[in-house]
Design a protein around this ligand. Structure first.
Ligand code: 6GU
Length: 246
């Protein structure tokens, strides 16, 4: 029996080749296995002039260029359906996190509109907000020169949450941020063979076979790492609360 893909993802960009890595690794395998379908669309195909122009100077002046609404309108009209979630990656959006990834992994259709330059004419998001759900999201507090790399990040985070994509379900449950950043811990240290590498050993407890003790040790390691690396995530911890290394 052949099932329909769980999720359709369409990505619109003036650099469609930027999305080529989606045919590799976990996301490539998910497509090959029929668990998801990804379409990449070249925005310039919807430009009508000889130079395939997609940008213009900002009204009101200022530096840089703004993406014009017409090519976006034509492309989005052809890609969106009433089930779509339109995602606009932008440094001025709401934060994308594991909770958002989980929600989006349960949707039927995601459409990423990847802007370049100083962004997309604001009327595009205003117009489509009246017609479909729209999410303007950023992936962290830094500025990228386009939404493509952010779309790659988000598609990978979403794909590994689809049923049947990651073999070991427990490895997702144990992940850092699996229950949302507020209630979760970072992952602690991990070891594999050899038992001695360049004079460095493996914590004795991991060789003990006592799974109760191992679990308790891992929890403690995760708590310590979280307090040190991300005091903002640690229970009762804030960046100002002065966690120290051990
Ligand atoms: Cl989603 N887009 C751009 N252009 N810059 C970003 C971002 C997104 N997230 C953080 N910086």
């Amino acid at each position: 029996m052949h099932r329909d893909p769980l999720i359709q993802i369409d990505i619109i960009s003036i650099f469609p080749q930027y999305l080529a890595p989606l045919s590799l690794s976990l996301v490539g395998k998910a497509q090959d296995d029929g668990l998801m379908r990804i379409g990449v669309h070249d925005l310039r195909e919807a430009a009508t002039d000889r130079h395939r122009t997609v940008d213009d100077q900002p009204y009101g002046g200022g530096p840089g260029m703004v993406m014009t609404p017409e090519p976006w309108g034509r492309t989005l009209d052809s890609v969106l359906t009433e089930d779509s979630l339109l995602i606009i990656p932008t440094p001025s959006g709401q934060r994308f996190d594991q909770r958002v990834a989980t929600e989006w992994s349960q949707r039927k259709h995601l459409v990423f509109a990847c802007g370049r330059y100083e962004g997309i004419d604001t009327r595009v998001s205003d117009y489509y907000r009246e017609r479909v759900e729209v999410a303007e999201v950023c992936i962290g507090d830094y500025v990228l020169s386009g939404g493509e790399s952010a779309a790659l990040v988000m598609v990978e985070a979403i794909t590994r949450l689809l049923p049947g994509v990651v073999g070991n379900v427990q490895s997702i449950v144990d992940d850092s941020f699996a229950d949302g950043p507020m209630e979760s811990l970072l992952e602690g240290p991990v070891f594999t063979r050899p038992a001695n590498w360049r004079g460095l050993g493996v914590p004795e407890i991991l060789l003990s076979g006592d799974h109760g003790k191992i679990q308790a040790w891992r929890l403690e390691q995760a708590q310590r790492r979280t307090a040190f690396m991300r005091p903002d995530l640690a229970p009762g911890g804030t960046p100002e609360s002065g966690a120290v290394a051990h």
